[in-house]
Design a protein around this ligand. Structure first.
Ligand code: CTP
Length: 415
């Protein structure tokens, strides 16, 4: 992502309530505020009383578009939470503490920020930050799952140095990736319903190929990119079919098919292909599987087993070979060398309309991380290299190109 969000049309002129709750990462909210204001966003800061232990209200009042608000009851403006909630295009909470998430999930509104969260129909983004033990506590994870199920967006914390010198998961995501997530949400809410009436099938996660009842051959795919693609398609009005190997939050109305192996994924995709307009093969499908799956657990005493492998069906290649006119195929290529060369070869071999190629050896792109950077290639020779962005933002960029490709196809048909 570029250093500044200035000039980003997804942000300029939008109204964002920036909620700051009481964690050490509250100082990073100052940077988020500055970046948003620089991008032309009207920022209304709302701090909790605990936030004041970590940052000064004056800092936000000086940087933001209006003075900091904290009080639920104000003589000048009797019920600020309703105005804030109703006029916002987005409410973002960064950092969101365990307490804030708990109150929001339970519907408790005992201060201005928690009341504003309940008083808004705008999209909400929470950016949790806390110590690893708290982050991993089932109470916090269940609250977050509840919020996700209700459509709340989440930028997950990163691994890194925490308060007190500990290292682990729980550090607030970077201001750049939070601003990018804000832009992606506002962008998709800016009336872009350009996939209405379109059925999009997305595959997500890595397949597991059984060796015996307890062991499998797998890969590092987390399903984050695939699920971001499902959410972005749904946001833009598509009917979404999601064939996935992983359990992650899914769009409200999506048809979700849970599979495990390459064969199951192949069968699930092929059975549903008829009415599908766009297929996005984001899954990391195993190329090989054991020829035979042991019925019982293989015992160590028998010495190292000989696992003989055979190829799995290549789903994307099968789709490319049987593609009907008007269908768009999006393929992925995870590479560690000559990204462009290998991706171009795969695109042509598998008859794909758009190839998304990653250098998975980069630490900030590819498997498991929140961000991605890709080369987008099409058979006409067009190549676009994206900046580092959230997976949701990359998903939106991919659909921009899919919409273009569909428009070209429609034009060709009319000729
Ligand atoms: N793919 C698939 N079925 C497979 C293997 C891969 O549908 N059995 C899809 C992936 O979902 C991805 C694309 O093909 O969209 C590229 O996968 P990749 O494994 O990188 O390509 P391969 O052709 O297997 O090339 P290689 O392993 O030689 O890099």
């Amino acid at each position: 992502m570029s250093e500044s969000a200035a000039g980003d049309t997804r942000l300029a002129g939008r109204r964002v309530v920036l909620g700051v709750s009481g964690g050490i990462a509250a100082y990073k909210a100052v940077e988020i505020c500055r970046r948003l204001v620089d991008a032309g966003v009207h920022v209304a800061p709302v701090l909790t009383a605990d936030a004041l232990h970590f940052v000064g209200a004056t800092t936000f009042s000086a940087l933001a578009s209006e003075p900091v608000r904290m009080a639920l009851f104000d003589t000048a403006e009797p019920i600020p939470h309703t105005r804030l909630g109703q006029t916002a295009d987005l409410v973002v909470v960064a950092p969101a503490t365990a307490k804030l998430l708990g109150k929001y999930a339970a519907g408790i509104s005992d201060d201005l920020l928690s009341a504003t969260l309940l008083a808004t129909r705008a999209p909400v983004l929470v950016c949790p930050a806390m110590h690893t033990e708290m982050w991993e506590h089932p109470a916090v994870q269940e609250n977050l799952a509840t919020l996700r199920r209700r459509g709340v967006h989440v930028v997950e914390p990163e691994e890194g140095r925490l308060a007190g010198g500990d290292v682990g998961a729980g550090r607030l995501a970077s201001p750049a990736s939070i601003v990018e997530a804000i832009a992606a949400i506002l962008g998709s809410r800016a009336g872009r319903r350009d996939l209405e009436g379109v059925t999009v099938l997305v595959t997500s996660g890595g397949t597991r190929e059984a060796i015996d009842p307890v062991r499998f051959i797998g890969n590092r795919s987390s399903g984050k990119m695939g699920h971001a693609l499902a959410h972005a398609a749904a946001d833009r009005g598509a009917r979404v079919v999601l064939v996935t190997t992983v359990e992650r939050p899914v769009p409200a109305l999506a048809e979700v098919v849970k599979v495990e192996s390459a064969q199951e994924m192949h069968d699930a995709v092929m059975a549903r292909m008829g009415p599908v307009d766009v297929v996005v093969m984001a899954a990391a499908v195993a190329d090989f599987r054991p020829v035979a799956v042991a019925e019982q657990k293989i015992k160590k005493a028998g010495g190292p087993p000989r696992v003989v492998l055979e190829p799995t069906p290549d789903i994307l290649a099968a789709l490319g070979a049987s593609k009907r006119p008007g269908q768009i195929l999006v393929g992925f290529a995870a590479e560690t060398t000559d990204v462009r060369g290998h991706a171009t070869e795969k695109m042509l071999r598998k008859n794909v309309d758009l190839m998304v190629a990653n250098d998975v050896s980069a630490p900030d792109a590819g498997f498991e991380v929140e961000t991605n950077r890709a080369l987008l290639l099409d058979p006409s020779g067009r190549v676009e290299e994206t900046t580092l962005m959230s997976k949701l933002a990359l998903a939106d960029r991919i659909y921009d190109l899919v919409v273009d490709a569909r428009a070209h196809l429609a034009l060709d048909e009319r000729r």
